[in-house]
Design a protein around this ligand. Structure first.
Ligand code: DGP
Length: 114
């Protein structure tokens, strides 16, 4: 989608601090970090959010999740704790309507999340 900022990052049209990229995903540092480590992991395929995940997307989502511990390892936080969050819908805090997983680490995390 040409008007989707994360599609444009995935296409290399908008610069980002990329941590990892493969055929399925791009992981890049969040522009507005909420923790010392805050990376976004997005599928290259446009899905508006978690509600767009169906059985057909299960292999893609599985491959993305299988990379997350490796991305955490590359960031040096694999064994020191991290949180992965997906906000689904504006009331839950979603502001970019392209599916993404926030990987947050480097500080103590409260629970329940706000
Ligand atoms: P959410 O609110 O859950 O939809 O998270 C969207 C995140 O995307 C938010 O933490 C800020 C980040 N973000 C928005 N625009 C850009 C951008 O152009 N570049 C980068 N690196 N991050 C962005």
């Amino acid at each position: 989608m040409t008007d989707c900022i994360f599609c444009r990052i995935a296409a290399g049209e908008i610069p980002a601090k990329v941590v990892e990229e493969n055929d399925d995903l791009v992981a890049f540092h969040d522009l507005s970090p909420q923790a010392p480590v805050h990376v976004l992991i997005i599928p290259k395929q446009h899905l508006a959010g978690a509600n767009d995940i169906g059985e057909g997307e299960a292999p893609l989502i599985g491959r993305i999740w299988a990379r997350i511990p490796r991305i955490a390892e590359a960031l040096g936080v694999r064994d020191t704790g991290y949180r992965v969050v997906t906000n689904c819908g504006a009331p839950a805090g979603q502001s970019v309507f392209h599916l993404h997983f926030h990987l947050l680490a480097g500080r103590a995390m409260g629970w329940p999340p706000g």
